[in-house]
Design a protein around this ligand. Structure first.
Ligand SMILES: *Cc1c(COP(=O)(O)O)cnc(C)c1O
Length: 215
């Protein structure tokens, strides 16, 4: 199947309130353009340099989402154009995004990454660190970032019950903070688990290999 057909087939399964982020990391611009020509306008990348190269080559009505782990010293390259940063997992990083956003006269939308998986290799805040960050004075003082919600990745496993349990947990955490902090975005679900994520309450899925093929 072509990229356009894959995209069409996934979009036909997504409820209207769910945003599809087409994860195009490692794929050439020609592949991204096939998705673009099929109507896709939201793309996710996990390396700032690669995302910036693609941003420069592609049409300017694309929303670029940074979905990977962010290195503080590279934030400045994406601040002029990035639409949403999914992987924010420390106040230090958030402060740097705020600093660069201020220089660019922008308010940058971010998601806080919460650690929900069993593996200890994944990035993210635990529930206590999340609470601590959101209630800190320093966070309150950051006027050039806006936290739109949370992002999480489930354990890489075929055990659907475990994946569901982890997504349900993240949804519960999201609900705890949503009203007070005006969260509207819960980013969870990838090619292998997005249906479970949506049934657990996700409204943003990040899908790569099911659209562009394996990497
Ligand atoms: C690569 C990646 C995805 C997409 O993974 P697929 O299994 O190819 O759909 C989603 N989220 C993050 C954070 C990723 O790094």
């Amino acid at each position: 199947m072509s990229i356009a057909q894959n995209l069409q087939s996934i979009k036909s399964q997504l409820p209207e309130h769910v945003t599809l982020v087409a994860v195009s990391k490692t794929k050439p611009v020609a592949d991204l353009m096939q998705a673009y020509d099929a109507g896709q306008r939201v793309f996710g990348e996990n390396k700032i340099q690669e995302m910036t190269d693609k941003f420069e080559q592609m049409p300017k009505d694309i929303n670029w989402h940074m979905i990977g782990h962010v290195q503080s010293n590279k934030v400045k390259y994406m601040t002029p154009y990035v639409a949403l940063v999914h992987g924010v997992d420390s106040l230090k990083l958030l402060s740097e995004i705020n600093r660069q956003a201020q220089k660019n006269n922008r308010v940058i939308d971010c998601l806080l990454q919460v650690y929900i998986a069993e593996e200890d290799t994944k990035f993210g805040l635990d529930d206590d660190e999340l609470q601590e960050l959101l209630s800190s004075d320093e966070f309150c003082s950051l006027k050039h970032v806006r936290i739109r919600g949370l992002m999480g990745m489930a354990t890489f496993t075929t055990n659907q019950q475990q994946i569901r349990k982890e997504f349900d947990h993240l949804k519960a955490v999201f609900d705890t903070f949503a009203t007070e902090y005006q969260f509207d975005t819960l980013s969870m679900g990838m090619s292998g688990d997005y249906q479970i994520a949506i049934s657990s309450g996700s409204n943003m899925v990040r899908i790569g290999s099911s659209i562009f093929g394996s990497r």
